[in-house]
Design a protein around this ligand. Structure first.
Ligand SMILES: [Zn+2]
Length: 296
C-alpha cells in the first residue's frame, strides 16, 4: 500500500511522468571551471543531449501523443535555444534547474543571483516563468524554497520523503512535491564520468532499465505515481531509448496510465483540493534549524 493515494483522472491506475534533466555540458563547466573549455570529450558527451538525443525523444513523444516535463539549467537554455524551442513547440513543460547546474549547498547564501539569472533566461527564451524546479544534484535548500515561493512557483521535484506527490509546508508558504528517488534515476546505471566523480560500471540497456520497470510495476499495483529522472545524454542514447520506446508502447496498449507533465499533476492536485475530494499529505519544512549532531 501507499499512503493517501491520489484519484487520477479517467480512472487511470497510475500517473506516469518521464522527466528529462537536460544538463548538456553545464556539468563539466561547473565541475572544472578553470579549464572546461579545453575538455572536448566531456563537452561532446553533454552536447549529445540537446543535439542528438532530444530530437529523438521529441519524435517518440509526438508519435505517442505524450506531453512531458524537462528541467534545463538557464545557461543551457541560452546555449541551446533551438532545442528549447523544439521542446516548447511540441507542448512540453520546461522547469528550473539552476543557472549552470551549481549545487545549492555549495552556493548556499548566494543562490539568489544564479536562481534569478536562470529565471531571466526562462522569461526571455521560453516566454514564461517556470512553475516547477528540480535542484541540481537534488540539493534543494530552505534558501531555494524561499526563492521559489517569492517567485510564485508551484512545485519542487528534488525530495525523497514519500512515494507519491504531496505538499511541503514551509514557513513562507506551500509547494507541491513530486518526489524523486535513486531507483528511478538513470545516473546509477549509466553514468560514467570521471571528471565529476562518477565511475559507475555501465549496465546494459536492458539490465539498467529493468530496475525502472520493476519500480513501475509496484507503483501501478499500488495506484501510485511513476516518475523517471533521465538525462538525454544517458538514456537518449540509441539502444537505451529504443527500449524505453518499446516500454511506452506496451504500457499504452495494456495498462491504464496517465502520462502527464508534472505541472499537469500539480493542476490535478489543486483541482482535487478545491473540490474537497482529496487532500495531500503535508511535509513540514524546515526539518531542522541547526545541525542535530552538533547539539549539546
Ligand atoms: Zn541536472
Amino acid at each position: 500500500m501507499i499512503r493517501n493515494p491520489i484519484p487520477w483522472p479517467n480512472k487511470a491506475r497510475c500517473a506516469v511522468a518521464i522527466t528529462f534533466d537536460m544538463d548538456a555540458d553545464s556539468l563539466i563547466h561547473i565541475a572544472r571551471p578553470e579549464d572546461s573549455h579545453r575538455r572536448l570529450y566531456p563537452t561532446s558527451m553533454g552536447r549529445y543531449g540537446p543535439n542528438v538525443a532530444v530530437p529523438r525523444i521529441l519524435e517518440t513523444y509526438r508519435r505517442f501523443g505524450l506531453k512531458q516535463s524537462f528541467f534545463i539549467p538557464g545557461w543551457c537554455i541560452e546555449t541551446y535555444p533551438d532545442t528549447v524551442e523544439a521542446i516548447l513547440k511540441d507542448g512540453h513543460e520546461i522547469g528550473h534547474h539552476g543557472w549552470i547546474h551549481e549545487d545549492p549547498i555549495a552556493t548556499y547564501g548566494n543562490q539568489r543571483e544564479p536562481f534569478e539569472r536562470a529565471l531571466d533566461a526562462h522569461r526571455r527564451i521560453c516566454g514564461k516563468v517556470p512553475r516547477g524546479y528540480r535542484a541540481p544534484v537534488y540539493n534543494i535548500t530552505d534558501e531555494v524554497v524561499d526563492l521559489m515561493l517569492e517567485h510564485g512557483m508551484t512545485y519542487d521535484s528534488s525530495l525523497m520523503g514519500d512515494d507519491i506527490p504531496h505538499s511541503l509546508q514551509a514557513p513562507k508558504g506551500r509547494l507541491y512535491e513530486m518526489p524523486v528517488h535513486w531507483g528511478t534515476d538513470d545516473w546509477p546505471p549509466f553514468a560514467h564520468y570521471d571528471e565529476i566523480g562518477y565511475l559507475m560500471p555501465v549496465k546494459s540497456p536492458s539490465e539498467g532499465l529493468a530496475a525502472f520497470w520493476e519500480e513501475f510495476e509496484s507503483q501501478y499495483e499500488a495506484g501510485g505515481f511513476f516518475m523517471l529522472i533521465l538525462h538525454p545524454f544517458l538514456t537518449g542514447r540509441l539502444a537505451r531509448w529504443r527500449q524505453v520506446e518499446k516500454w511506452i508502447e506496451g504500457v499504452l496498449k495494456t495498462r491504464k496510465v496517465w502520462f502527464t507533465t508534472l505541472g499537469g499533476i500539480a493542476d490535478h492536485m489543486t483541482a482535487l483540493e478545491n473540490a474537497g475530494t482529496w487532500s495531500p499529505s503535508v511535509e513540514p519544512l524546515p526539518y531542522f534549524t541547526t545541525p542535530p549532531a552538533q547539539q549539546g
